[in-house]
Design a protein around this ligand. Structure first.
Ligand SMILES: C[S@@+](CC[C@H](N)C(=O)[O-])C[C@H]1O[C@@H](n2cnc3c(N)ncnc32)[C@H](O)[C@@H]1O
Length: 364
């Protein structure tokens, strides 16, 4: 951390209550990045109508949804087809009463054997009844109009994951046979929650958009953003390569080419995470952000150290990233610890503390 001046380390407190707020984008992710954090940042930066905010790793769209809630223009970029799908579903405008009506019809339609056979991949993850229900509902949903169709498909993918034997273990999807909720029930619950969320979401009419693209290369208008609020993929995480295959298969979405994911390279046909590549990739993004920001723009990034037990333990990201930011021309204003966890060996020997940070830079 020594080269980074003016660092202020401390626990982050968001002063916003959690209860009763909409769940953004619906797809469950574990990072510290949340609606409350983004809303707090947007408010602290006095972002409002006429301001433009960028999220180059927008995932399911937390930043964009917060922008829309506060009436700020938001632009997102995402490389993963599944997250792009969830982001677009989350950002769409719906007529909620007609969604509820369509959902009611779907859920009360009597079962009939599906016409399409299940793929061998799907067959491994479901009890027989749930698999039949899944294919039946998917066929019924695909008959619906665009918009409602994607909304119901998103709900189906999430409900099916809950009613499956799949468990995500790091980057790997495994089968663990166990009692799971019936799909029809899980789907009804899921659609109910999603509709409730839509009713809670405020829309102040600001334009928010998302583009499919790699943050290292995406074309961005120069000097056009007033703020960047983002969270790049965490180091060592290969889960974006294949851990979401179940949802992708249900939605008919491909996996992203691994080399498009930050820090991932393909060696002898296999995707591998490389620490040097990760920093190289992040540095490219930092340069892009500098070019895209207006003078005075603020960049807020939630990043995490990595844990590599076989390669010496903690892989520090905060310091090299902030050093690069200063070389490029940002002023590093603050680094706040938002989370701490132990980095351990598989036998649970502690190797050090891994930190998640909120980094804040300004283009001066
Ligand atoms: C930590 S997640 C961001 C989560 C996001 N804040 C949200 O609200 O869902 C990082 C995201 O970066 C995406 N990603 C990985 N490599 C990328 C790249 N080269 N360009 C753009 N997005 C990328 C991943 O697919 C993932 O959705």
């Amino acid at each position: 951390m020594k080269l980074v001046k003016n660092l202020r380390l401390g626990k982050l407190v968001t002063d916003l209550p959690n209860r009763g707020l909409p769940v953004y984008g619906w797809f469950p992710l574990k990072e510290a990045f949340s609606r409350n954090l983004v809303v707090m940042l947007l408010k602290n930066l006095w972002m409002g109508r006429g301001d433009r905010v960028l999220d180059p790793f927008c995932g399911k769209g937390t930043t964009l949804l917060a922008c829309r809630e506060l009436g700020v223009e938001g632009v997102g970029c995402e490389v993963h087809p599944l997250f792009l799908f969830f982001c677009r579903v989350g950002l769409r405008d719906y007529d909620v009463p007609s969604l509820r009506r369509e959902a009611g019809e779907l859920l009360s339609s009597p079962f009939r054997p599906p016409e399409t056979p299940p793929s061998p991949f799907l067959r491994r993850f479901f009890p027989r009844g749930a698999l039949q229900d899944l294919l039946f509902f998917r066929e019924r949903i695909l008959e619906r109009e665009e918009g409602v169709r994607e909304f119901l498909l998103a709900a189906l993918a999430l409900a099916a994951s809950e009613s499956s034997w799949a468990v995500r273990d790091g980057g790997v999807l495994k089968v663990r046979e166990r009692r799971v909720p019936p799909l029809r029930e899980a789907l009804a619950r899921r659609i109910g929650w999603m509709c409730d969320d839509l009713e809670k979401l405020e829309r102040r009419g600001a334009g928010v958009s998302v583009v499919e693209g790699d943050a290292r290369e995406v074309e961005l208008e120069e000097e056009s953003f007033d703020a960047v609020i983002t969270s790049p993929p965490y180091p060592g995480k290969l889960e974006y390569v294949s851990a979401y295959r179940l949802e992708q298969e249900i939605l008919g979405l491909p996996s992203p080419p691994p080399q498009r994911l930050l820090g991932v390279r393909v060696k002898e046909g296999e995707p591998v995470f490389e620490r040097e590549a990760y920093l190289e990739d992040l540095f490219l993004v930092v340069e892009k952000l500098y070019a895209a920001c207006r003078e005075g723009a603020e960049v807020s990034l939630v990043v995490s150290d990595g844990c590599f037990p076989e390669e010496g333990g903690i892989f520090e990201v905060c310091s090299p990233l902030c050093e690069r930011a200063e070389e490029v021309g940002f002023r590093v204003r603050r680094a706040t610890i938002v989370n701490e966890r132990f980095c351990t060996t598989p036998s649970r020997k502690k190797l050090g503390i891994m930190r998640e940070y909120l980094l804040q830079w300004r283009k001066e």
